[in-house]
Design a protein around this ligand. Structure first.
Ligand SMILES: Nc1nc2c(ncn2[C@@H]2O[C@H](COP(=O)(O)OP(=O)(O)OP(=O)(O)O)[C@@H](O)[C@H]2O)c(=O)[nH]1
Length: 345
């Protein structure tokens, strides 16, 4: 029998740096003459992250919801098809930021019963500043989901350390150790880590044992698993999805770049992630924009094939109507056209 195709899951909350890491890993495998394949799962209807992946990399897309919501069948079908059609040397699954990785572990291990794949590691990327903020508040569904993502990991990347002080990096490191004593913690900026160390670490760690043991210690120490007065029988599936929503806006007209940047600056705190492809009426070319926790990036791109101007905003309980009105105004359009709102992803 052929060697099983190793599978790695990339987990981490929205905007923590999973796609940044994906690009590094793909480059590393290609430099080593390996053929990687990707399963990309997005909450929105559009795979912006996939647009930047080299077309030679086989990619399966699961859009418009979490793998755990759409059911195990979809992921199993995509994995099986990739293995049969593309014969990859390795497969990476990039989960959505709202996904509970335990469900994906279940799906992959189930698939390995009838398809020649083997789950090798679960790499969770953590936004240092975001986790620290939530840890200090010790509440909220996002906080509990992050805990679950951290506990399930076989390797942890403590990313965005440029956004915290060295003392704070130490503090977050301690939190990660407390929640998951088994995974190696690798501090990083823009996920700049030695992939050998990363994949080696992921291979060595035990996916079955690590999370379960760390889990029990965190539960005993009561590290914010339940807010005061809240039921303590934590249901990760509910916590993962019930509070997250996405609004997709399809643009008909180009917008002014300065006005759009002002709009981004004024986004409510409940919108923690934005991505899109835009045409501006005051600059040439098209741009991929990224927004995560008050930081935004604009990258000039030439999309392959037909790609509409579209933006997705992801967050908790924000007013999609308000965003729509503002964006329509930027476009110089009326207010009566509905966008696509998806609740409870
Ligand atoms: N300041 C800072 N920004 C970073 C770092 N790593 C990634 N970013 C930026 O953070 C934004 C989100 O990064 P992604 O890699 O797309 O995050 P993601 O986890 O794939 O996001 P989702 O797919 O939406 O969950 C991008 O604008 C990145 O350029 C870092 O270490 N420091």
């Amino acid at each position: 029998m052929d060697r099983a195709v190793p599978v790695y899951i990339l987990s981490g909350f929205l905007g923590s740096g999973k796609t940044t890491l994906l690009h590094r890993l793909l480059q590393y495998w290609k430099d080593n003459d390996m053929r990687p394949a990707v399963v990309m799962n997005e909450l929105g209807e559009v795979n912006f992250d996939g647009m930047l992946v080299d077309k030679s990399v086989p990619m399966a897309e699961l859009l418009g919801g979490c793998i755990c919501c759409t059911g195990s069948a979809d992921l199993s079908i995509e994995l099986t098809t990739l293995v049969k059609k593309e014969s990859p040397d390795v497969i990476v699954i990039e989960a959505t930021g709202a996904a509970n990785p335990l469900d994906i572990i279940d799906n992959v291990t189930e698939t390995s019963l009838y398809c020649n794949v083997e789950l090798k590691g679960l790499i969770t990327v953590v936004d240092a500043a975001h986790l620290l903020g939530l840890y200090r508040e010790q509440k909220g569904a996002t906080y509990r989901l992050m805990q679950e993502q951290i506990r399930s990991a076989s390797v942890l990347i403590l990313n965005k350390t440029d956004r915290v002080s060295s003392d704070e990096t130490e503090e977050v490191n301690g939190i990660l150790r407390q929640w998951n004593a088994f995974a190696e913690v690798i501090p990083a900026i823009r996920c700049e880590v030695n992939p050998d160390r990363l994949i080696g670490g992921a291979d060595q760690a035990s996916l079955a044992e690590g999370p379960a043991k760390a889990d029990s210690s965190a539960r005993v120490s009561g590290e914010g698993l339940a807010e005061e007065g809240e039921k303590s029988d934590f249901d990760p599936k509910r916590a993962a999805h019930d509070h997250v929503m996405a609004y997709t806006h399809y643009f008909k007209n180009p917008v002014n770049s300065v006005e759009f940047e002002a709009f981004i600056k004024e986004l409510p705190g409940d919108v923690y992630r934005g991505k899109g492809v835009l045409t501006f009426n005051d600059t040439s070319g098209r741009f991929l924009f990224q927004y995560a926790y008050r930081e935004s990036d604009f990258l000039k791109i030439t999309p392959q094939g037909e790609v509409r101007d579209v933006a997705v905003f992801i967050g908790e309980h924000f007013s999609s109507g308000d965003l729509r009105r503002k964006l329509l105004k930027l476009e110089g359009r009326g207010f009566n056209l509905p966008g696509a709102v998806k609740k409870s992803l």
